[in-house]
Design a protein around this ligand. Sequence first.
Ligand SMILES: [Zn+2]
Length: 197
Amino acid sequence: MAVTIPARLGKATRLGAGKSLKLTNTYGSQVVDTWAFIAANMNEFMSMEHSRAAIGGIFPHVGDMMVTNHREPILTLVEDTSPGIHDTLIAACDRYRYEHLGCVGYHDSCTDNLVAALCEFDLTPPETPSPWNMWMNIPIAADGSVSFEPPVSKPGDYVVLRAERDVVVAFSCCPQDILPINGTDCVPQKCYFEILD
Ligand SMILES: [Zn+2]
């Protein structure tokens, strides 16, 4: 059954150990912030800083196993039809980010979306872990500088993630509409996921 992640909002699901989930970038232009928490202990979660050490790089490739803040395997990237440009460096957007960008009044954020998505399961994140930003294109120049660019994925691109433990996975269709990370038109779009048999 396909579950829609509405544009600008989040959605979570439980995923048992050994089960896989397919996340599809419907329009190809959308960044999806992705988190995973150990179901029995929300204080143990997928960690980008620990995963970069585990996989020996900043771009996860098919076959790479992401790890928790306790350095235990949590999610494996099993399939990826996109060019594999997913960010592991940039923090989730939040109210402060939008205030700095000049927004007045409330703006949806991935940080708020994580809280709302987990609330549906009566769960609370212990913090906002640095997300695995699916399809987010943050090129790194030779001098170490980074820039925020549109995704290079195409409509219908998907990733398949396998749970290595019983986890809760949360997604946010990033509501960033000031910088072009969700396409040059700066219009956030919906995506969807399916739990595979
Ligand atoms: Zn965001």
